[in-house]
Write a protein that binds this ligand. Sequence first.
Ligand SMILES: [Fe+2]
Ligand SMILES: [Fe+2]
Length: 251
Amino acid sequence: MRLRIDYPIFFKTTENARWNLVSDVPWADFDVLHVSERELAIVKQAAIVEAYSPTYATDVLPLFRNEPQMAGFISIQYYEEYKHSHALRLYLTRAGVELADVDVAGEDGAAPGYLDRLTCCLKFGVSEVFTAVFYEELARQTRCPVLKVLSSLISKDEWRHLSWYVSYIDGLLDEYPERATALESAIEGYQHQGLDALTSWVDFWAEVGREYTGAKPYLVLNRVLRRLAGRRVSTRGLAQLVNSGTDQVFH
Ligand SMILES: [Fe+2]
Ligand SMILES: [Fe+2]
């Protein structure tokens, strides 16, 4: 058994955290005067990446065909990620920005073909940190009350997803001779999930990193990885792969 968090606990927490797209978002407070073009462009990219989640699921689920609890988590996670896309699309429609279905279908790249569970879970776990911080900061910065609530709700989902990945990785590392070394070599193979969905993702993320996330995801990651490994784990390779603009912070 690899999981540190019991599935019943995860499920109960998830059910309690479930938010309603109609009644928990103050749509009536929407006013186009609160919306900035810059935010709309960023929300549009976020909606596209979130919409790629059913494809992520088909890439990841085969790794866990003998682990129903992990497969169960992934099923719920990707339901929630797609819900994020749907919610952001509704928001964009209110703001007069239409996303065509073809825009959210993702670009037709090859499937990543994961070789092992650790690399896969690290990839998606790390991505949760970046997205959680991004939505948290978007909620803090925006003047739009609707986007503020929506981003905050999404961010809480992303933090919960992270807790499950950390729980799984924690158990999985028992199977490796040395926890920190295993994490460091998985980091070498890291690729942010956004790259699966958008070939223009690196440029997009460089801007988002400057405006919204900065160093915070790395501070969170350093703490999480240290807890998992029992010692400091270098995130040098990760920073270079994620955003060349922030890598100097953690060398
Ligand atoms: Fe999401
Ligand atoms: Fe997530």
